[in-house]
Write a protein that binds this ligand. Structure first.
Ligand code: HEM
Length: 561
């Protein structure tokens, strides 16, 4: 008998494992399973087998990753050294840097290379640095590079069937259908809705100045711009007044915060949808959280039912999407809504309600944070650069005087310095700081002898190109005069890409610009902006977002004019 009695063994009734025959004490396996186990031999054996299986899986996974990370070397492509298990993106996956900062670092290290291979875990990416190759990919050879390489599974995840993510024929058909929704004619048609939101913004600024006493107050202009953009996009896309200018807790503002909240879940989902399609497919991960999908599908269903039941018509995108649902097309500007106007059979296929939800979702997603980011960074740079601000204020005053204070679509589009201010803001803070394309066939990378496998992902480092001193003199300086017509002629194509380029260029570009300019006119016709102590002069970006997002908002002083 062992010196330890059965009674002293915790939880043991019949057999105490320490109470074992001496002859078995030399049996190592037995010792492991029985001497130390509080559960029992079978359970312990299962545990050890599971641990061995896990270790084996981990070893296989690492071997697979290690082999995958030789992809570029095996093809003789210059590549940035990658580390297991995250490849070149450890800093962004682990939340130490934003994705675009990682991409910029790679650009600076390998700026001399026309292209450079990297890895997002096992996925090889080819960063294209040469503007001429980018031009070929975006425009001339677009037919072979039209996909973004993002994961889409509309059957299981209806919102992933949206224009931004789709590729191939489904993308082409949808782009043709949606194009007439974004013409200048349609934006003029929706401008009344935008200017109603702008009136709420002006009222808010005036009321806050009054409440602040002393003719000024301090506000986080990022939040202010986000509330304005939420109101605009919900009005023009859904025909719903979210009223988040008056009610910051409105449902749409809440859902916007949920989608763009800088947190691990959102950052991981964004990274996966760009680069981790296989992981999403295997684990059934959706592009957007399920509560967000459910929200958009429900809201669209309710609005369509309401409008169709009561015969309601409004000047908004929902109305145009309802036309796509009922007749399969929207007539171009100046044409009757008649299918005899040269619409092909496939382009008049009707859109389902789930597809409608996917599109309004992407209008919300692509049109809300991009515009509010641009508005708030423009105010930030104007506060830091009083000369540029004064010049813009003069232009706003002159234009408003001419239009007798009325802000119209034509007033907004007729402000050359405003255009330059917005362009320069998007150079320094491109809301979409990198772009992707996918080789849809096995073919050679344009202007090179490198053969790309079908499916290869290309990455275009937009933000890095916007700061390259080969194309921009003193790129860290805010200088709207870079965007005079003459200055623009001196730069090569494809080094300025805030809206992308080619057939996949931002479909909402005109609308985004109108929104940004309307907000700036509304605020700056009532107030000057200036820096306040405590607001950093260089925005520190939150590493958990794709769209550049300052860590603690942007607090500025707004003083009555
Ligand atoms: C300042 C505002 C905006 C910026 C900077 C911006 C930027 C971009 C960029 C860079 C792309 C990718 C283009 C490419 O791959 O070549 C894009 C695509 C897209 N944007 Fe925008 N955007 C803005 C506003 C909007 C608005 C207001 C909407 C809609 C209401 C919108 C809807 C879309 C859609 C649907 C796509 C996908 C187009 C396609 O793949 O065919 N965007 N945007």
């Amino acid at each position: 008998m062992s010196a330890v009695s059965a009674a002293n063994c915790p939880g043991a009734k019949k057999v105490c494992y320490r109470d074992t025959p001496v002859k078995r004490k030399h049996d190592l396996t037995f010792k492991i399973f029985y001497y130390f186990s509080p559960f029992g031999g079978a359970a312990m054996l299962a545990l050890v087998l599971a641990a061995v299986a896990l270790a084996l899986c981990a070893a296989l996974l690492f071997a697979y990753l290690a082999f995958s990370m030789t992809y570029w070397r095996r093809r003789g492509v210059p590549n940035a050294p990658a580390a297991l298990p995250w490849g070149n993106f450890a800093d962004s996956i682990l939340g130490r840097k934003t994705q675009f900062q990682v991409i910029n670092d790679i650009y600076w290290r390998y700026r001399g290379e026309r292209y450079i291979g990297t890895y997002f875990t096992a996925t090889p990416l080819l960063h294209i640095h040469d503007p001429e190759i980018i031009r070929q990919v975006f425009i001339k050879e677009f037919q072979d590079f039209h996909g973004r390489g993002m994961h889409s599974d509309p059957e299981r995840d209806p919102l992933s069937g949206n224009l931004f993510i789709l590729a191939g024929q489904p993308w082409r058909n949808m782009r043709v259908k949606l194009r007439p929704t974004f013409t200048s004619g349609k934006i003029k048609y929706m401008f009344h809705t935008i200017s109603e939101c702008a009136a709420h913004l002006r009222e808010h600024v005036l009321a806050s100045i009054k409440a602040g006493g002393g003719g000024e107050y301090v506000e986080d202009v990022r939040e202010l711009a986000a509330r304005f953009s939420t109101d605009v996009i919900t009005s023009v896309a859904f025909g719903v007044e979210s009223n988040s200018m008056k009610n910051p807790d409105s449902e749409f503002r809440r859902i916007g915060q949920r989608i763009f909240e800088p947190c691990l879940e959102n950052s991981f989902r964004a990274l996966l949808s760009f680069f981790g399609g296989n992981i999403m497919r295997i684990f059934g991960i959706h592009n957007s959280p399920r509560d967000v999908s459910a929200f958009f599908i429900k809201v669209v269903g309710e609005i369509v039912a309401h409008r169709e039941l009561h015969g309601v018509e409004r000047a908004d995108m929902m109305q145009l999407l309802i036309q796509l649902k009922n007749q399969g097309f929207v007539a171009p500007d100046g044409e009757q809504a008649d299918k005899s106007n040269g619409h092909s059979e496939e382009s008049i296929t009707k859109v389902t309600e789930k597809e409608m939800a996917a599109h309004v979702f992407v209008f919300f997603l692509a049109g809300f944070e991009t515009t509010s980011t641009t508005i708030s960074f423009a105010l930030f740079e104007l506060a830091k650069n009083p000369e540029a601000q004064e010049k813009l204020l003069e232009e706003i005053d002159a234009v408003l005087k001419k239009s007798k204070g009325e802000v119209t679509y034509d007033t907004i589009m007729n402000m050359p310095y405003m255009e330059m201010v917005v362009q320069e803001t998007m150079r320094m803070y491109p809301p979409v700081p990198f772009l992707t394309r996918q080789a849809m066939v096995r073919r050679q990378l344009p202007l090179t002898d490198l053969t790309l496998d079908k499916g290869t992902r290309l990455l275009i480092p937009v933000s890095a190109l916007h700061y390259d001193p080969r194309y921009w003199d003193k790129p860290d300086r805010y200088d709207p005069s870079r965007f005079t017509e003459e200055a623009k002629q001196t730069r090569p194509a494809m080094v300025y890409l805030p809206f992308g380029d080619g057939p996949r260029i931002c479909i909402g570009m005109r609308m985004g610009l109108v929104q940004v300019k309307t907000a700036l006119v509304s605020i700056l016709s009532r107030a000057r902006v200036s820096m306040v102590p405590g607001t950093p002069t260089e925005a520190e970006m939150n590493p958990r977002t794709v769209i550049p997002t300052p860590m603690d908002g942007i607090r500025l002083r707004l003083s009555a004019r």
